[in-house]
Ligand binder design. Sequence first.
Ligand code: XMP
Length: 512
Amino acid sequence: MHQTIAVLDFGSQYTQLIARRIRECHVYSKIYHFGVKAAELKRDGVCGIVLSGGPSSVFTRRAPLPDKKIFELGVPVLGICYGLQLMTHLLDGVVEETDHREYGHSTLEISDKTLLLQGISRSIRVWNSHGDRVIKLPRGFQGTARTGNSNYATIEHRKKKLFGLQFHPEVSHTEQGLLIIQNFLTKICGCRGDWSMADFLEQSVQAIREKVGDKRVILGLSGGVDSSVAAALIHRAIGSRLQCVFVDNGLLRLHERDAVVNLFSRNFKMNLRVVRASSLFLGKLKGVTDPERKRKIIGKTFIEVFDDVVRSIGQVDFLAQGTLYPDVIESVAIDGNPASLIKSHHNVGGLPKRMKLKLLEPLRELFKDEVRVLGEELGLPREVLLRQPFPGPGLGVRVIGAITPRNLRVLREADAILNEEMIASGYYYKVWQSFAVFLPVRSVGVMGDKRTYENVIVLRIVESLDAMTADWVRLPYEILQTVSTRIINEVKGVNRVCLDISSKPPGTIEWE
Ligand code: XMP
């Protein structure tokens, strides 16, 4: 039995990040609803509890409250931000409502290097995001560090092993934050730190079996990292009761369909239904030039095609999706911030409601790099696990203007050349994305003795950490030259290759 740390979710955007940091310390973490009963945590044998932050104030009506008995379990508790205020408030200390939020960096001055703060420098920069602050400690507690804004930035009840941090140790902006978490896990909760992704695999397989029972699962396989790992994982758990569906929407890259069939059908022996829907998609897209309309049509048609498949394969109860944690945050507009809704991503949402299928999202807690490690455990090849992201609407948003079979052919061939050269030079794995874009613009050129009047291909090669911001890659001239010469010589219909040197923002990564 693995040691488990419970993370109680009070709605913080960082809850999953806390869980991930704990896993980085090789300890298993499980996220619970904030209201989970102390008895359930006891039954699960958790060896520590973390209260996440959250957007609420303890003063708001219907502020989320935990079962107060969790403080009596004898299990160490670490309250982060709202978690610290909750602990103070519930244990009869005093929290003060302040008018201004403290948001961003501050300096933490440590006065007492207790177990939690062992090995941390006397003064560190920490990341804050809170409105209220503690002004009187509950009985038995002591303050161990302060910031300019708060005398009680870290607090603890040594005997009861209750701890609170006003700042966020889980975010990378907090110096030595991971060490604080590690101290909590090893020095206070007594965690051994012997958990690994192989254990996650085993636990997930069990959990999928329990959830699915003897029912069937359908999964839309795109061949990308996320859906591939989800498919391999679910296949490991329930074998032939997983039905994968690959939709050829006519907007795929060169040889993409064959690669997916080879790997999943031939190697992994999965049930894979390949739907050849190219003419359906291209028919509906005929003459459409507006990017948002294209996206909507592609998304809607995908759902229709998928719907038909579901109907045709008989009884299925679950729809599996390779949703990752960052997808979950990106699809929610936080604080009404419309940034996440700039383009309509159709990967999350849309499908299940119409279909009355239950959702199965076994990667929901994981970040991308963790998914890759899991994929390795499952025996997926490196080319799949290290594949660059590819948008759901595929080449549809890379053929600018009207999508015609001819324009698609030109883009596909140019893109394949870029891809080959990126892989040959080793740059493919160093950048975030590298792809070609087709412009419906013709320019004059000369080839042999003839004047040409042909299309333009743009190379878009970017580096990024999370696709929220990106910069163009300074690729060596030699590689650019090879790519340009090859595209112009080998792809009929192109006489000019340009390089996109815009960053995001203000440009986006895709052109549409
Ligand atoms: P943008 O163009 O918004 O893209 O800077 C950010 C990242 O998201 C990918 N992208 C999509 N992925 N469905 C997807 O699965 C989509 O509709 C979609 N649109 C953009 C894009 O390739 C980049 O990595």
